[in-house]
Write a protein that binds this ligand. Structure first.
Ligand code: SIN
Length: 485
């Protein structure tokens, strides 16, 4: 670790009951840009997991008994400390995840915005008075903290996917055990240190880095003291975790895989559409669940749009996240490279035309992949059916609006969708018909704490952020008052 500010937040043990807890074994966390080992981190085992759940259960009564305003004040202090340490947090993130430093700083701000948002929501969690029934009795319902929660979070946004779950849980009065992705535990542990420094009491937040995700996941999804489970990751893993949660009927929220259509209609501002597509696609090197996966372009503007994209791809800079003005860095690991290369090979074998890229950039390191533009994709190809999770723009052509909607909706998942048009009536029609939880119209940037983030179909259950995000960590109790003597 060469950088002083990053070192100040480097923690390598589990965080249980307000203390750093060592494990009998450690695992290596590596820098994807260089392959170098950054840190040896505690490989939390089942005993540590049970200790973390016990700590969260013991902390719960006092934490939920605080006034919402008191919880909000602690969240705001944590929010401020995160912003004060933005640079150190971003350096840690770039080192363990690979994204450019400027993008990591943006993620820290984005992640912090969830803490700020839910500090506000803590104080705005209202119940409802119900109309009087036939008996004349009074009825109302209140919202209460659901209890101890558990979260499993991904490596692509090692900071924001944690605050997006922890902040509403804490705001609601819940305590939590978090298992961060094994590739990126350092951002999670740094967040725990700052929460502790902000005065969030012992046991309210517990972080379990581990290299045994299945075993620890099984405890988190089956333990009877955990009342709510939340996960961001693939649909396949989400289905399994959801099935495990059934044994104790936990409330679940799942943010799973997407296969976002990005539709460019002939009446779009093509320059804007190309710029927004590039922004959406190359954020985090394409490793986001809401990345444009199937780019559908109307025949009449196809050649013009391809030309625009080609010239924009040539302007991208790829390199280590610590170099200035880099647009994207390495992919997370060799499996990610193999997946992208396999999808390209399959598409080309089935008749797609590679216009740019489609290759590694070994002069930069083993995990760098060139910005890629591929055309002639058909719905049957794997690249149209699976999440690419890499820097690849895969283009299909369509003739009219009805066909674009049919193609876009022909997926079992429905997380994000995008379309570009200047026609207001088309905006009304298409936004009603597209099957997805989130839509960007003439924009590729849809992630904000005030937005309701989540999917439909096999993309998940529940919403994060927005005024509804806190409800995922609450349950409703209905009260009916009869006559008083
Ligand atoms: C994700 O890829 O899961 C999250 C992306 C975001 O919050 O923008």
């Amino acid at each position: 670790m060469s950088n002083q500010s990053m070192t100040s937040l480097l923690r390598t043990e589990a965080f249980i009951n307000g203390r750093w807890a060592s494990a009998s074994h450690q695992f290596d966390v590596c820098n994807p840009a260089t392959g170098a080992v950054i840190a040896k981190v505690a490989n939390s085992d089942s005993a540590m997991t049970h200790a973390a759940i016990d700590a969260a259960a013991q902390a719960l009564p006092q934490w939920r008994a605080l006034l919402p305003k008191q919880r909000a004040q602690l969240l705001r202090r944590w929010h401020q400390l995160v912003l004060d340490n933005k640079r150190a947090l971003a350096e840690l993130m770039t080192t363990e995840q690979g994204k450019p430093l400027a993008e990591a700083m943006t993620e820290v701000e984005y992640g912090a915005s969830y803490i700020d948002w839910f500090a506000g929501e803590a104080e705005r969690s209202y119940g409802t008075i119900l109309s009087q029934g036939a008996t004349g009795h009074k009825s109302w319902y209140i919202r209460q903290a659901i209890g101890v929660c558990a979260a499993i979070t991904p490596w692509n946004f090692p900071h924001a996917m944690i605050t997006r779950k922890l902040a509403p849980a804490l705001a609601a009065g819940c305590t939590m055990v978090v298992k961060p992705a094994e590739a990126t535990p350092l951002s999670a542990l740094a967040l725990a240190q700052l929460a502790h420094d902000a005065g969030i009491p012992a046991g309210v937040i517990n972080i379990l880095p581990t290299q045994q995700p299945a075993a620890i996941g099984e405890i988190l999804t089956t333990h009877p003291d955990i009342k709510k489970f939340t996960f961001t990751g693939s649909t396949a893993v989400g289905k399994q975790l959801m099935a495990q949660c059934a044994s104790t009927v936990k409330k679940v929220s799942l943010e799973l895989g997407g296969n976002a259509p990005f539709i460019v209609f002939e009446d779009a501002n093509l320059e804007l559409a190309a710029a927004e597509l590039i922004r959406c696609k190359f954020r985090n090197a394409g490793q986001t669940c809401i990345s444009a996966n199937r780019v559908l372009v109307q025949h009449s503007v196809l050649s013009q749009f391809l030309e625009l994209l080609q010239s924009k791809l040539q302007q991208l800079t790829i390199g280590s996240g610590f170099e200035p003005a880099v647009d994207y860095g390495p992919l997370i690991n060799q499996a990610a490279i193999d997946k992208v290369a396999g999808l390209i090979a399959d598409a080309v074998a089935h008749g797609a035309e590679l216009i740019a890229g489609g290759k590694l950039l070994p002069e930069l390191g083993p995990l760098y992949y060139a910005p890629t533009l591929i055309f002639g994709i058909t719905p049957a190809m794997r690249i149209a059916q699976e999440e690419i999770f890499g820097p690849v723009i895969a283009i299909q052509a369509f003739t009219d609006e009805a066909q674009a909607i049919r193609l876009a909706n022909a997926a079992p998942v429905g997380l994000a969708g995008y379309f570009c048009t200047e026609d207001y009536r088309r905006i009304e029609r298409v936004s009603t018909l597209l099957e997805c939880g989130m839509l960007g119209i003439n924009t590729g940037a849809i992630s904000h704490a005030y937005n309701a983030f989540g999917g439909i179909k096999e993309s998940g259950i529940g919403r994060e952020g927005s005024p509804v995000g806190i409800a995922e960590y609450q349950e409703i109790k209905n009260i009916t008052l009869g006559d008083l003597a």
